[in-house]
Write a protein that binds this ligand. Structure first.
Ligand code: PLP
Length: 452
């Protein structure tokens, strides 16, 4: 409490004056404060007024094991007291070696080398720079083009952001556009009218093959894709689409980078989803978020041993892989991730798999509302997409703030949602119960009804 005479601290006022938050619009930049969150507990967070709300997006798809886990808080404390930091350039620590071994055991095929970063953007950035190095030492310096897709989100560093596919995120920012080629978004809901999902899949695969042909495989270094596009609106691609793209990549010596920043660590009921859910064996998997359930900023990439073998066998043994971060292999982050993995393996993954059909089924019931065009998802991630006209699936004449208005109503009723223009994305902590799902859906129903 403030001592007498001293003004009470006002977080909103201080934030307006000094704090810059992600994704502000120009008219508000440097002058905005978002809704204050006070505390978290399980699947709930409290707002600035002390009201408890269900944390519908689990922060930013990340608080997978839920808030206020004593086990994780204790590890944060104990590891910081044991060793809070060591230079990954000159030394190593035990938690990072243990975590690399455990992640490698979960990753598909020969993906068994792990590089740790500070989050998802740096994980994707690392994968892309690794691809560049790999092709340079193999004597293929022209093989650097990166394929990405409309609707994708891969980060906020220069190269990773260049892959982002939503026009709104790209319109006012520059990117390395000469290195990146964008393909169509594999969104079955937005497929051409009258086309079956199978034909839509064929069309996407043909576009991919034609692009490889047009640019020439010798110039293409990697394809980067989220197995399910998260921020693009939980876009679940047509069945077999990813397998067919992976086959084209394999045949053309194009690295398949599976961006599992959202889908890994339980969101789809598995530690990694690429192989177990989608049947693909990528060359590199990037991860972040759920690896520590948001208790510490950590991410990374797990890379195929084959690529390291090739690099070692190249005749450029003097070439320096000049890539590393001060906080690579952070001991506290890795220790927390180990305990987080214990929790996931100790029942939470199983719970997520068991409850996912109920979650999807209950949310699907929202399609009875006239404003809702589609509810889609997989595992414990879902999107409610609003449309102005259900017949034409047209979102364009909708009020652009519809997601925000739904969010405001839901907030009043006890639920945080993640509004994305005309969509609301839900990805709660994996520990959510049936009763909490029922409550979430009831609030969404009421919030959307009030918005119509
Ligand atoms: N990749 C995907 C698929 C993401 O969803 C995100 C963030 O939402 C990122 C990368 C970037 O991760 P970060 O925000 O931790 O840098």
């Amino acid at each position: 409490p403030a001592s007498s005479g001293e003004a009470a601290f006002e977080p909103t006022r201080a934030a307006r004056r000094h704090l810059v938050q992600p994704w502000p619009v120009a008219g508000e930049i440097g002058d905005e404060a978002r809704g204050l969150i006070g505390e978290g507990d399980g699947v709930h967070v409290s707002d600035g007024e002390g009201n408890w709300l269900i944390d519908g997006p689990a922060g930013m798809w990340c608080v997978n094991v839920g808030h206020r886990r004593r086990e994780l808080a204790e590890v944060l404390h104990d590891q910081a007291m044991a060793l809070s930091y060591n230079s990954p350039w000159y030394t190593m620590n035990e938690p990072s070696a243990r975590l690399a071994e455990r992640i490698a055991a979960h990753a598909p095929g020969d993906l068994d080398h792990v590089f740790f970063t500070t989050g998802g953007s740096t994980a994707v950035e690392s994968a892309l720079r690794f691809m560049q190095f790999y092709n340079n030492v193999r004597g293929r310096p022209e093989k650097k083009v990166i394929l990405s897709r409309g609707g994708a989100y891969h980060g906020s560093t220069f190269l990773s952001a260049s892959l982002n596919g939503r026009p709104r995120d790209r319109d006012w920012m520059d990117g390395v556009d000469d290195l990146v080629v964008k393909l169509s978004c594999p969104d079955p809901f937005r497929r051409p009218a009258g086309m079956s999902v199978e034909s839509f899949s064929d069309k996407l695969v043909a576009e991919f093959a034609e692009t490889v042909e047009r640019i020439a495989a010798e110039r293409i270094g990697a394809f980067v894709g989220e197995p399910i596009m998260a921020s693009g609106g939980v876009i679940v691609p047509p069945p077999d689409y990813l397998k067919r793209i992976a086959a084209i990549c394999r045949d053309n010596d194009i690295l398949f980078v599976s961006d599992e920043v959202v889908t890994a660590f339980g969101r789809l009921g598995e530690v990694f989803a690429s192989q177990s859910v989608f049947g693909i064996e990528p060359d590199i998997i990037t991860f972040a978020k759920g690896v520590t359930s948001g208790y510490f900023p950590l991410g990374g990439m797990v890379v195929s041993a084959r690529l390291f073998d090739e690099i070692r066998r190249s005749n450029r043994s003097e070439a320096m892989y000049a890539h590393g971060l001060t906080y690579s292999s952070h001991p506290v982050g890795c220790a927390v991730a180990l305990k987080n993995l214990d929790l996931l393996e100790g029942g939470i993954l199983e719970h997520a798999r068991e409850i996912a059909p109920y979650f999807q089924d209950r949310l699907k019931s929202l399609e009875e509302l006239p404003l809702v065009g589609e509810v889609r998802g997989a595992g414990l991630m879902a999107c409610v997409e609003c449309v102005a006209d259900r017949e034409s699936r047209n979102p364009l004449t909708l009020d652009k703030e519809v997601g925000k208005r739904i969010d405001a109503h839901c907030h009043e009723l006890g639920l945080l949602v993640r509004p994305l223009i005309h969509m609301c994305v839900m990805s709660p902590p994996l520990i959510i119960t049936r009763e909490q799902i029922d409550r979430m859906v009831a609030i969404l129903h009421e919030g959307i009804s009030r918005t119509m």
